[in-house]
Design a binder for this molecule. Structure first.
Ligand code: AMP
Length: 286
């Protein structure tokens, strides 16, 4: 596997690929775990060339967020990506990605200011900006995103359609730890106790899913059932919402054909955790 540093190396590598090769791209912020590697494995199945980027993108972090505390593991990332079968990993340099004078922004639809965008107004514009830049640098035919970041999937798909980018966005299922906790690079900032307490989020989502499978369709009751599991003085809930899987508009009731998505964000030991689950629709239970 090639380890690439800086924009010039990346461009030279990209120019050297067979013209017409399918290129599968997995953008990440590093500290890679099995969730990320599931995206690499999916890319390996779908594309002739597989590339991973690592960049803790400062424009998607607000002023008081955990940019400085975000875990970094360059050597581990290179090793894991290579074992997962990628052809290249690129480590971006911040001064090249955002050189002095950088001023362009990406404007997003109103759903970018709901859910995770409500408490983190700069987050999705920063994500869209870096994803768009990375798409231009890697020129992938396919790009792989995890449903762990469900709202991000929806927004990236919207951007790709709206801007006529010729890239197939492939959604990959959320990968959990054995306990049920959604895998996240940020989990390494939790204490062992925090990891146990954090399982409450997925317990809540699974409880809603069970209620849905038993025939419950009412959003308020599905949410209330999840909230009972999540309730803990150590967990500070940011949101727990049941939304339409496409528009992300809040639902009063779930139509099992169309489905719903129950999304949660919470803080625990100053670590921000997110999780979500499908209720009905494609692959979402009864
Ligand atoms: P991040 O490094 O957190 O920016 O994530 C990079 C990509 O990996 C995004 O598309 C995430 O949705 C995806 N990802 C992160 N954690 C998981 C997980 N537990 N399961 C599936 N995909 C994930």
């Amino acid at each position: 596997m090639r380890i690439l540093d800086g924009i010039e190396e990346l461009r030279a590598w990209r120019r050297g690929l067979e013209p017409g090769a399918t290129v599968g791209f997995v953008p990440t912020m590093g500290a890679l775990h099995d969730g990320h590697l599931s995206l690499v494995a999916r890319a390996r199945e779908a594309a002739e060339v597989v590339a991973v980027s690592v960049f803790v993108n400062p424009t998607q972090f607000g002023a008081n967020e955990d940019l400085d505390r975000y875990p970094r593991d360059r050597e581990g990332d290179a090793e894991r990506t290579g074992s997962a079968g990628a052809d290249a990993i690129w480590f971006a340099r911040e001064e090249e990605v955002y050189p002095p004078g950088f001023a362009t922004t990406v404007d997003l639809p109103p759903i970018a200011r709901r859910l995770c965008g409500l408490d983190r107004p700069v987050h999705f514009p920063g994500v869209a900006l870096i994803v768009l830049k990375l798409f231009h640098l890697f020129r992938p035919t396919h790009a792989f995103f995890g449903e762990k970041d469900y709202q991000q999937c929806v927004l990236v798909e919207r951007m790709v359609r709206d801007l006529d980018l010729e890239i197939e966005i492939v959604r990959c299922p959320l990968v959990r730890e054995e306990s049920g906790l959604a895998r996240s690079s940020r989990n390494s900032n939790l204490t062992p106790e925090g990891r146990e307490v954090g399982v409450a989020l997925s317990r809540g989502l699974f409880r809603a899913r069970e209620a849905f499978d038993r025939g419950e369709r009412d959003a308020a009751r599905l949410i209330a059932g999840a909230a009972v599991e999540i309730e803990d003085p150590r967990i500070s809930l940011e949101y727990l919402e049941l939304v339409d899987p496409v528009t992300l508009a809040p639902l009063d009731a779930v139509d099992p054909e169309r489905g719903g998505r129950l999304l949660v964000a919470a803080r625990l030991e100053s670590v921000r955790l997110i999780d979500n689950i499908a209720l009905g629709g494609e692959g979402g239970g009864a």
